[in-house]
Design a protein around this ligand. Sequence first.
Ligand SMILES: CC(C)(COP(=O)(O)OP(=O)(O)OC[C@H]1O[C@@H](n2cnc3c(N)ncnc32)[C@H](O)[C@@H]1OP(=O)(O)O)[C@@H](O)C(=O)NCCC(=O)NCCS
Length: 196
Amino acid sequence: MPAIEHPRLLELPERFETDMLVLRVYRAGDGVAFFDAVDEDRQELSQWLGWVDQHKSVEDSEAAVRNNAGKWITRESLILGIFSKDEKTLYGGTGFHGVDWKVPSLEIGWFLRKSARGQGVAAEAVRLCCKLAFEHIGANRVWGTVDVLNDRSWRLFERVGFTREAHLRGDCRDHHGSVRDTFAYSLLAREWPNRV
Ligand SMILES: CC(C)(COP(=O)(O)OP(=O)(O)OC[C@H]1O[C@@H](n2cnc3c(N)ncnc32)[C@H](O)[C@@H]1OP(=O)(O)O)[C@@H](O)C(=O)NCCC(=O)NCCS
């Protein structure tokens, strides 16, 4: 796959729909649904994510979703909301918060609200993101890192078919200041057999 010189000129789908969910770009007005999802379970989300405390009000969440919508247009990041079929409930979010267009290589991340976990929602949304990466963007690599203690998250990488590339010992500090070990995972274009 070639490098992408002008990512802003890429024509990308902004909405995917399956029997289970809608995955789409955020838009103005999604802040209420986003705040509701975060507010359902701050404790577990905060254990693994550093941004939960930035959502103290609906206005905070509305600003964040609009920020994501803007970065989708400029291609600084490609973050999508995971919604129920009627789009009234935000199940969570996923997408690419880091992009190296020269490779192209995309760093993936995710979260689900508590009531949406344990049903395969994240796995389905992440497969759609990989479809976006490999079939629409022409990426060579999708990758991500995870705290080795976050077993639900690293199992998700493996459920979707990512390969564990490394166990980085004493790699960084977690969101609470403790030094942690990290697993690094990746999925390559040649390993992507139209899984969705
Ligand atoms: C990481 C996270 C998104 C994983 O959510 P999840 O619901 O476990 O992920 P999946 O969508 O892959 O669902 C898998 C679970 O659904 C079950 N399931 C039910 N129906 C299923 C289906 N049709 N397909 C796949 N799995 C299904 C699986 O058995 C599995 O449950 P189990 O782990 O109890 O065996 C979620 O735990 C989370 O938001 N954590 C907090 C935020 C976080 O850690 N983010 C990542 C930081 S690196």
